[in-house]
Write a protein that binds this ligand. Structure first.
Ligand code: NIG
Ligand code: FE
Length: 406
């Protein structure tokens, strides 16, 4: 594969330049360069700047030249919160929700996530790989070059490991960068109490995952009636000791103090935050924990959107992600995510782009290597059909990514 590119005559380059999360007002700065060029050598960015006759090239290498006249160029999008490896579908549950059923009541009566757990348990590794691979291709077509992917539809040892092994296999077969997260703490399985299941994860699962190096992060569904704040803290402390990065499903349906816990634990991100308190926002704003907002989930659940505007105005570092999963949000649409963020969460197009690039990289602990067009970073770059990033929310729900380089 040719990994050497000259992207020339770029009408508008949004570099999103930076090596760590951007907070508050910093999110508005996309590091725009007009009439720009980018060089990628052996998959790494080696030049970013104005068009010039003297591009620094490695003359031993063959470069493919791409003319980006009339195009905007951005870093590849990073979808930092997905659950894309699963078996089966839950269209009946969605149908019932349209008629008034409540997401948590369905889960607590043994449906919801538990239905996907059954279907994922029955599917073979090959079957899961095949379906997940076709999803990856569709996500990539929307400009996604890195995705985070959570387990959590196994709950038992064998199926959780199977899901994580699927991600490892896909990483070998697909150009997408995949960041695997262990989310065994997604629901308490039959035969366990909350406490005994956390014990099982700490004693059996974390060492097994470490041994095969199957996950970079651990996550927990910290929610009323699922995992409480104290047990969440106990699980995350052990995961931290074992050198996993931490993420939390926090304050999604009810404010349980999940954001504050994420900050106290030094988590990479606190995700959802539909019901985060002012205190939680304040804690996030003073920390390096990224507030990851998932507007497609609020949309699909007909919930109020997270207070993205207030978070950015308070100085938080906000990321956006799809939360693609079989239950609360069957959408991996980046265009829809951007449109909802700008139209309903009052984020500016600049903030939305930052939230899907450098801040999303930070939410995965990878801002040094990914998420911006800076010399030394991985050459993950997308071209839009149009000359400005401003077309992204304006062309609501429509994919305008024309070319993906990674
Ligand atoms: O992020 N909230 C918990 N987990 C997922 C939903 C999982 C499911 O319904 O299958 C979420 O919304
Ligand atoms: Fe989720």
């Amino acid at each position: 594969m040719n990994n050497n590119y000259i992207i020339d005559n770029i009408t508008q380059l949004a570099t999103c330049s930076g090596f760590s999360a951007k907070h508050g007002k910093e999110m508005s700065d996309l590091g725009i360069i007009e009439n720009a060029a980018v060089v990628i050598t052996a998959g790494i960015i080696t030049y970013v700047g104005p068009v010039t006759d003297h591009l620094p090239l490695d003359h031993e290498k063959d470069y493919e030249t791409i003319d980006a006249t009339g195009k905007a160029v951005l870093p590849g999008f990073i979808d930092s919160h997905t659950h894309f490896v699963f078996g089966g579908y839950r269209e009946e549950e969605f149908y019932q929700r349209l008629r008034g059923d409540d997401y948590l009541s369905v889960l607590q009566s043994g449906g919801g996530i538990y239905n996907t757990v059954k279907a994922t348990g029955k599917a073979s590794l090959e079957e899961l790989c095949a379906i997940a691979l076709s999803r990856l291709n569709k996500m990539q077509a929307m400009g996604v070059t890195t995705i985070e992917s959570k387990s959590g539809y196994g709950l038992d040892k064998e199926t959780e490991l199977k899901q994580l092994r699927v991600m490892k296999r896909l990483q070998q077969e697909h150009r997408m960068n995949i960041v695997p997260t262990y989310l065994g703490a997604h629901a308490v399985p039959e035969g366990y109490t909350e406490k005994s299941y956390i014990d099982f994860m700490i004693q059996e699962m974390l060492p097994a995952i470490r041994e095969e190096n199957l996950a970079e992060c651990c996550d927990i569904f910290c929610e009323k009636g699922v995992f409480g704040i104290n047990e969440s803290e106990r699980f995350l402390s052990e995961a931290k000791k074992m050198k996993f990065n931490l993420k939390l499903h926090a304050d999604e349906m009810v404010d349980t103090g999940g954001a504050e816990l994420a900050v106290a634990m030094g988590a990479l991100s606190a995700d959802h935050l539909l019901h985060v308190s002012d205190k939680g926002i304040k804690a996030l704003s003073k920390s390096d924990t990224v507030a990851t907002l998932l507007p497609c989930t609020a949309f699909s659940l007909k919930e109020d959107y997270a207070r993205g505007r207030a978070m950015i105005d308070s100085g938080c570092a906000v990321a956006l992600a799809t939360d693609f999963n079989p239950g609360s949000c069957f959408s991996y649409s980046i265009p829809l995510t951007i449109a909802l963020a700008c139209i309903y969460m009052k984020m500016s197009p600049e903030e939305a782009v930052t939230a899907l690039t450098i801040n999303a990289a930070a939410a995965l602990g990878k801002a040094e290597f990914l998420g911006s067009i800076d010399v030394g970073k991985k050459g993950d770059v997308i071209l839009l059909e149009y000359p400005s990033y401003k077309f992204l929310p304006y062309h609501a729900g429509i994919n305008i990514v024309e070319k993906i380089i990674h």
